[in-house]
Design a protein around this ligand. Structure first.
Ligand SMILES: Nc1ncnc2c1ncn2[C@@H]1O[C@H](COP(=O)(O)OP(=O)(O)OP(=O)(O)O)[C@@H](O)[C@H]1O
Length: 497
């Protein structure tokens, strides 16, 4: 009888000295598994559990950092991997400590205890040190803004103080907890995982976060509809303010209130030439964030000129700090970003399916078991009149030539225009639509632009339009009827591969 070889497969061991990090990048279609054998290690601020196997995929690029040294075992073939001894983690940890002190002071004040540990009159007036930290993270493309937000958030929830900072994403290119085109916010109670660029800010409650509730994140989201900020900066401004209002109105216990807010921004806020935005537009959007979230700390990742600009504009009321960029941040090109956007929409519809490296049979994806993360979306036929679809701020149906002589078309950037699916210019096939929360039931409270201010409850994709029968086919992971609902279409498209 032949005996089967049951000896466990061995990976490659890496020994990391204190304050170094193991960096890796994955190619298309490859995955990597990693295990902490000894010591302490963290991935963007989230601690690894010794002996647990972590799986990474979908072109993930990340780093395992250690403060005290560790040994890790790596399975699979990353396209690049190396150990770096130069990291900005000490600077990031110092920022965290300063923010933590603000939280502790803010909590004391919320509880009504006198703040006698320091004489505030000796502190710089700009620092508003007894308020919860409300941090805006700015920086150019590929500077590591999202990673900094993640590290600061993870250190906060790891502090063991019951903090629950609100993490806000106003980068519509990122996808954050759902799909690109969205800006969103959610309170974070447990460390954010890293396993794929599909969930850059941790996993929401399955990939249909707004519709399903579980113990994971349930973000509040507004639909901007485009990946680039320059498409409609005025709309962006309004949505940022809506999000800020919701965050400000949120109830919470003392710890939650003292935890503060961390806002991740798009690179278009930092530099105009590459983003296609004018300087005054990006300044207006930074101001929208500063006002909406009542920002008291601005962190600028590795950009001298922007730091000076922020210092000049906000230095009298906000603490402006430049923090170093990590040498590990990967330059992500447009085709990579397009692929991640496609992965995000696919994951939203179908959930997660990732093949681990050969020989690995168990493991977790960002802390969740690999099984049961798939979804089965339904394809439904919906009548043209069942679902009201709007497009924001774009000319719709009638061509300019159809207007009376001398009349010019003035469609404001904020104007919701009803889309007629039967029209040749509706451009609905393969479009991603955001399904909105119901409008105000009180008719007297309704207003023309109300659809701009309604949060998202889910997303769907129009896969076919049948004009003769006045029906369209819709793919959505959320079962249920669309009758009487309202949706907005933008410029985001997705097609089954
Ligand atoms: N120390 C590191 N080692 C390896 N990869 C890293 C490191 N820090 C960041 N990355 C990776 O680099 C990529 C870019 O980082 P990140 O998304 O934080 O930058 P960003 O400035 O927010 O990007 P954007 O240009 O989209 O605004 C991500 O894939 C991230 O996981």
């Amino acid at each position: 009888m032949s005996s089967e070889n049951t000896s466990p497969i061995r990976g490659k061991e890496w020994h990391l000295d204190p304050e170094t990090e193991y960096r890796f990048e994955l190619d298309i279609g490859t995955s990597l598994a990693l295990k902490l054998l000894r010591g302490q290690a963290e991935i963007f601020g989230a601690e690894l559990v010794e002996g647990q196997t972590y799986i990474f995929g979908q072109e993930c690029k990340a780093a395992i950092f250690t403060w005290r040294g560790c040994t890790i075992e790596v399975f699979g073939n990353p396209s690049t991997d190396y150990i770096s001894e130069e990291t900005p983690m000490t600077a990031y940890a110092n920022v965290h400590i300063a923010l933590e002190q603000m939280r502790v002071r803010a909590l004391r004040i919320i509880h009504g205890s006198p703040n006698n540990s320091e004489d505030e009159s000796s502190l710089p007036p700009s620092s508003r040190l007894s308020e919860p930290p409300r941090v805006l993270v700015l920086g150019p493309e590929n500077s590591g803004k999202t990673t900094v937000c993640k590290i600061l958030t993870n250190y906060t929830v790891r502090a063991g103080q019951d903090w629950a900072p609100i993490l806000v994403n106003v980068d519509p290119g990122e996808g954050a907890w759902a799909v690109p085109g969205t800006i969103s916010a959610t309170a974070i109670h447990t460390p954010l995982s890293t396993w794929s660029p599909v969930n850059p800010l941790g996993s929401a409650s399955t990939s249909a976060p707004m519709a399903l509730s579980s113990n994971a994140l349930v973000p509040l989201a507004y639909w901007y509809g485009h990946r680039q900020t320059k498409r409609n900066p005025l709309l962006m401004d309004r949505l940022v303010r809506n999000l800020g209002q919701n965050v400000a109105d949120r109830d919470g216990d003392a710890e939650e209130k003292a935890s503060g807010v961390i806002v991740d921004t798009p690179s278009s806020f930092a530099s105009s030439p590459s983003s296609g935005m004018k300087d005054d537009q990006r300044h207006a959007l930074i101001k929208a964030c500063v006002d909406a979230f009542n920002i008291n700390v601005i962190l600028v990742v590795g950009h001298e000129k922007l730091t000076m600009e922020m210092q000049r504009t906000y230095g009298n009321r906000v603490t402006v700090l430049k923090i170093p960029k990590s040498g590990g941040v990967v330059e992500l090109d447009h085709s990579y970003r397009d692929r991640v956007s496609t992965y995000q929409l696919h994951t939203y519809m179908y959930g997660i399916k990732l093949d681990p490296p050969p020989g690995i049979t168990d493991g977790t994806l960002g802390g969740e078991p690999m099984t049961d993360l798939t979804l089965a979306p339904s394809s439904l036929a919906v009548g043209f009149d069942d679902l009201s679809i709007f497009r924001i701020g774009e000319e719709t149906m009638a061509p300019s030539s159809a207007l009376p002589i001398g009349a010019t078309r003035t469609v404001s950037e904020m104007q919701p225009a009803k889309v007629d699916p039967a029209s040749i210019s509706s451009r609905l096939v393969n479009s991603v639509l955001a399904l909105l929360a119901p409008p105000n039931p009180d008719e007297s409270e309704r207003y023309d632009e109300e659809v701009l201010d309604l949060p998202v409850v889910g997303y769907l994709v129009v896969t076919a339009v049948d004009v003769p029968n006045r029906r369209m086919t819709i793919l959505s992971p959320n079962p249920g009827s669309f009758t009487g609902k309202t949706a907005i279409v933008g410029t985001l498209e997705w097609q089954e591969q």
